[in-house]
Design a protein around this ligand. Structure first.
Ligand code: ADP
Length: 386
């Protein structure tokens, strides 16, 4: 099969006409961010945010036009729009769609409309979030997910950290997902864990400028258009931070609960509190907080140094009425194994650090399964943290 080039993609897209202006989307300058990599094509169509939902047929038509080209194995098209100052609402939310942000509304009824549809076969979805980047959110997600596999659960990881997707590297997965019908992608898999990440679809060194609506549709596609099969739990590695994009994401994914990862110094800076408030705003129960890089254990002598004021997370969690789920040390083996694609939970399962992940994973699953039993994952949860 010959490789597809940008010129033929643009030529195919010239056949797609924007219905209101009756001009093709290339001439109108609506196509942006084209990425072509080994037959995998991705680009954005810039639309008026008020037209978001109405533009879905256009998106589909563009996707099909490119998919029909010789040499194309997958196509990812996302709608994007500048934030509309007139709307004053989170980006990517089509107008007229219920917002579901009111306090006290059960999680199963958040949002409304198609975007809230639960993913068939997936019993629960748990977000792993952090107030800012670099606190070890992805490392924690990977190791907790793998610890859940060891508990005998069917587990998936959705890498929604599209600004810096790290799950492929942490799980030692390379290559691209296959798509037998060109529409639904098969997740990648390693260590018994299924994984989907934007990192599989775009080159690691490709700078991508994501705007709110693109983030939303990428996430929706990774949820909806991936054959996750039967899963007990899907862990979502959220983008760091607590801004609009994260809030909308938390609102649009039918989350069973959220885990907040924080380092001792962020706790002091109240980042964890912002994370908690974000999930409360959209009525997602916060399952608890994990303190990462809590103490430094010297690899040579085993001495424990409390570089940051260790113990702050536990106190802060108590103050905020959140459960303290556990702590992980700042440890060279955690770093080397996760960055090397063989996380400590699988490469050294008897290590104390691996056991610490195991204990946290067991507790998270205990809380999640209680919600599933109470109907929380599929309908309104019985437990809503106040
Ligand atoms: P985030 O997802 O919050 O941006 P990452 O999980 O990518 O953070 O971690 C950032 C860096 O810190 C990575 O190099 C990772 O290996 C390292 N790291 C994460 N947790 C630990 C830990 N407990 N001990 C040592 N290094 C860690």
């Amino acid at each position: 099969m010959s490789a597809v080039d940008e010129a033929s993609i643009f030529a195919a897209l010239k056949a797609i006409v924007e219905p209101r202006q009756q001009k093709d989307i290339v001439s109108l300058g609506m196509v942006s961010g084209l990425v072509v990599k080994d037959g995998n094509v991705g680009f954005a169509i810039e639309v008026d945010p008020r037209q978001g939902a109405a533009m879905e047929p256009l998106r589909k038509a563009a996707e099909k036009a490119v998919y029909d080209l010789d040499g194309v194995t997958s196509v990812t098209v996302v709608l994007t729009a500048e934030k509309s100052s007139a709307q004053g609402q989170p980006q990517g939310q089509p107008q007229g769609q219920p917002q579901g942000q009111s306090q006290g509304q059960p999680a199963g009824q958040r949002g409304g409309g198609q975007q809230q549809a639960l993913v068939p076969g997936v019993r629960s979805i748990v977000a792993v979030a952090s107030g800012k980047g670099g606190v070890g959110k992805s490392t924690t997600t990977t190791n907790l997910a793998l610890a859940m596999v060891q508990l005998g659960l069917k587990v998936g990881v959705l890498d929604a950290d599209i600004y810096g997707p790290s799950q492929p590297r942490m799980l030692g997965i390379s290559g691209r997902p296959s798509s037998p019908d060109g529409k639904i992608l098969n997740p990648m898999e390693n260590y018994g864990l299924k994984c989907m990440s934007m990192g599989f679809l775009v080159a690691e060194d490709t700078p991508m400028i994501w705007r709110g609506p693109m983030v939303q549709s990428a996430l929706q596609q990774m949820l909806r258009d991936v054959d996750w099969g039967e899963l007990d739990i899907l862990m979502v590695d959220m983008p760091p931070g607590t801004g609009d994009a994260q809030l909308t994401m938390a609102q649009q994914v039918p989350l069973t609960g959220a885990v907040i990862v924080s380092t001792p110094q962020d706790i002091a800076l109240l980042d964890a509190r912002k994370g908690l408030n974000m999930f409360r705003k959209v009525d997602v129960p916060v399952l608890g907080i994990v303190e990462n890089m809590s103490v430094f254990i010297c690899p040579n002598c085993g001495h424990e140094s409390h570089i940051f004021s260790h113990g702050g997370a536990r106190r802060e969690a108590e103050k905020l009425g959140m459960e303290f789920l556990g702590e992980l040390p700042l440890d060279i083996e955690i770093r080397e194994t996760s960055d090397g694609g063989r996380p400590i939970v699988v490469s050294n399962p008897d290590a104390a650090q691996a056991k610490a992940y195991g204990a946290i994973a067991a507790r998270v699953w205990e809380k999640v399964s209680a919600q599933i039993d109470a109907g929380g994952a599929r309908q309104a949860p019985k437990i809503v943290m106040q």
